[in-house]
Design a binder for this molecule. Structure first.
Ligand SMILES: [Zn+2]
Ligand SMILES: [Zn+2]
Length: 334
């Protein structure tokens, strides 16, 4: 394991533990420093004990680098790896074992922290056969949402990457914003080119319940929309769920074949259990999605798997447990 490998793995483990504090930022910085440094200098400084003289290398990162260069076990990493395993119940494990992919994740093209390739290689290591790249749409300027031009560039990059990563598949997609009137932040010509479209509400989450219901149903009914992302928009301990009539929303999801996302981000865990139960009763399909913005966050699917098991989501209605061809046939038809 090279120092870069070791530091990348440390960052990955901190990501999956949802650690966004000082320590995590320091390791990200250390990784940047080490990547930019000539390997000879790294070895020389490690031997001389002068790593910490480099701006951005602290005691912990210096220890990781030294242990990686020594070729043995990187003790700091081993302990962190053990401590940050994502818990999974035995019932949830049945769902996790059935998952073949992840249908909602971000890269550096929008507000993610990793390249498409890094996300794909992590997905492969997690046993996935495919992933859908769903960076943000232009309205979300804060997240560097993709214009039509940038999306076209991304599709070209994805095509090249797919040649390298086969048989793994990076499917094309987007997390498109549901605008205030229920229209979407890209037109049909663009959306119909993509394999999978996730549509989510990201702004004006506090509008009245009947307006929000109309807004969501209009998006759900759009034939290009395949998945309704994090439907209530809640952030645990920070933001209450949006108000909408779940009978209309889930009936529309069922009617128009738009799957309900089970969002696995620990601060979201959306939808809440009672709504998930209703969606099951309406005959909806589901997608257990990490909504990862970093490689470590791709490991969050167990959160949604546990939830799916708790409320009894029928496994055959979970889109990302299907082989890729079945998934693509479903998203193309519906
Ligand atoms: Zn979102
Ligand atoms: Zn997202």
């Amino acid at each position: 394991m090279t120092p870069v490998d070791a530091l990348e793995r440390v960052v990955h483990c901190l990501d999956r533990a949802h650690d966004t504090g000082f320590k995590a930022k320091a390791f990200v910085r250390a990784l940047e420093v080490v990547r930019a440094l000539p390997p000879n200098e790294l070895v020389a400084r490690s031997a001389a004990g002068t790593l910490t003289e480099l701006d951005g290398i602290g005691d912990s990162s210096a220890t990781v680098i030294q242990q990686a260069l020594a070729g043995g076990v990187v003790a700091y990493l081993a302990a962190l790896d053990a401590k940050t395993q994502v818990p999974l119940s035995p019932a949830g494990a049945v769902y996790r074992a059935a998952l073949r992919g992840d249908l909602h994740l971000h890269s550096r093209w929008s507000d993610g922290g990793a390249t498409i390739e890094a996300m794909a290689r992590t997905a492969i290591a997690l046993g996935h056969e495919y992933m859908v790249l769903t960076d943000h749409s232009p309205r979300l300027t804060i997240a560097h949402g993709l214009s039509a031009e940038r999306l076209a560039q991304q599709l070209a990059d994805v095509a090249m990457l797919n040649e390298q990563l086969a048989p793994f598949r990076v499917l094309t997609g987007i997390e498109v914003d549901i605008l205030e009137d229920g229209t979407l932040d890209h037109g049909d010509a663009i959306l119909s080119r993509l394999d999978v479209v996730v549509a989510s509400v990201h702004n004006k989450l506090r509008m009245g319940g009947s307006e929000m219901t109309e807004r969501m149903v209009r998006a759900i009914a759009n034939p290009n929309v395949d998945i309704l992302g994090h439907c209530t928009g809640r952030l645990l301990g920070k933001r209450e769920p949006s108000l909408f009539d779940p009978d209309y929303v889930f009936a529309a999801c069922s009617q128009f074949h738009t799957a309900v996302e089970i969002n696995c981000r620990p601060e979201r865990l959306d939808p809440p259990r009672p709504l998930l139960q209703m969606a099951i009763e309406y005959g909806c399909f589901f997608a257990i999605n990490s909504d990862a913005h970093a490689t470590g966050q791709l490991e969050w699917q167990p959160h949604g798997c546990d939830r799916a098991a708790e409320v009894g989501v029928p496994l055959d209605r979970v889109l990302n447990s299907w082989p890729v061809d079945e998934l693509l046939a479903w998203t193309a038809d519906q």
